[in-house]
Design a protein around this ligand. Structure first.
Ligand code: ATR
Length: 306
């Protein structure tokens, strides 16, 4: 087990964390601590339930305590954009922050990841927001579902942080047509308007398609809790109309959506691949090193499948 290589917690231990609400389902600590141990760092990765009303304070607290970085999950990814001291291009392009890197000024006045300051910490620290979700989504769709966005049609459920990034990323990769469904229709409409503006060759509509699509992607949080409603309307959109079905949720490993999709004979994948690739990129941003992806995948699989 990679955990056996971990150095004991002492006064030099540095910290990363994920903030979310809910958070108890998160497999990020298992994955990131395996990666941190493999890189032989005296770091730990923690998880905190943070109410959105306290997000600004929680980020400021981590910065004040010289945390290495943070991951943000539901419902913080959009809120955090306004709370960063600086935004990387990825966060600007996709309009959501899932990775925060704390940075200090080096002797030459250049901002460097706080993880690179081993002995003496810098006087001035800033937060920089990144988005590592967008690339992770299409990488996982390709690897796990053999789904190629170019020229394809897709139905995206959800227009929060995850849904917005998924829809924009698919549009940027030249899907032919996108259908957006969200409880709060205005949010789906805002995403559609942004896509029409930025990717005018992509056809985008609000609501369920009457015809088959190549991909149905769940980016809502419905399915995380056992008593959640289904994330889509079965009577309006029977699952045999979707070629492949992806659920960004990875715990439970098989949501009711994925169960029904398998029963309908569809090719399916859960969000393990997306979690892996966004997390590996975050670890790379914090450490400046190549992340041990295979080890991180194995830690995730143990954590999620037992
Ligand atoms: P994330 O950053 O993970 O996307 P989010 O921005 O809070 O988190 O988005 C959660 C998504 O799940 C949204 O699409 C949300 O719908 P609303 O935009 O209408 O809030 C959806 N969602 C959450 N709870 C829901 C519920 N009970 N019924 C329907 N949709 C729900």
């Amino acid at each position: 087990m990679p955990d056996s290589f971990q150095s004991p917690v002492n006064a030099s231990t540095r910290y990363c964390a994920v903030y979310g609400q809910p958070i108890k389902h998160s497999a990020s600590p298992a994955m990131q601590n395996a990666g941190i141990a493999a890189l032989k760092l005296n770091w730990r990765y923690l998880a905190f339930e943070v109410d959105p009303a306290n997000l600004r304070e929680a980020i400021a607290g981590a910065k004040a305590m010289n945390f290495i970085g943070l991951n943000l999950t539901v419902p913080h990814k959009l809120l955090a954009v306004e709370m960063m001291d600086a935004l990387d291009e990825s966060a600007r392009v996709w309009g959501a922050v899932n990775t925060v890197r704390f940075e200090g000024k080096d002797a030459a006045g250049k901002w460097q990841p706080l993880g690179l300051f081993a002995d003496s910490l810098p006087g001035e620290v800033r937060s920089q927001g990144f988005n590592t979700d967008a690339d992770a989504i299409t990488r996982s769709l390709r690897e796990d579902l053999r789904f190629e966005p170019k020229g394809a049609t897709a139905l995206v459920l959800g227009a929060g942080g995850a849904g917005k990034v998924a829809a924009l990323k698919l549009a940027s990769e030249n899907v032919a047509e996108l259908f957006l469904v969200n409880r709060t229709t205005g949010k789906a409409q805002a995403v559609a308007t942004e896509i029409q503006h930025r990717y005018p060759t992509v056809k985008v509509a609000i609501g369920y398609p009457a015809k088959p699509v190549d991909l149905l992607l769940n980016a809502t949080s419905l399915g995380l809790k056992p008593d959640d409603a289904l994330p889509w309307d079965e009577s309006t959109f029977p699952l045999n109309r979707a070629g492949t079905i992806y659920d960004m949720i990875y715990r439970p490993a098989e949501t009711l959506l994925l169960k029904a999709a398998k029963a309908a004979g569809r090719r399916t994948a859960n969000g393990l691949g997306m979690l892996l690739y966004q997390g590996a990129k975050a670890l790379e941003l914090w450490t400046g090193q190549n992340p041990p992806i295979q080890l991180m995948r194995e830690a995730l699989e143990r954590n999620i499948y037992g």
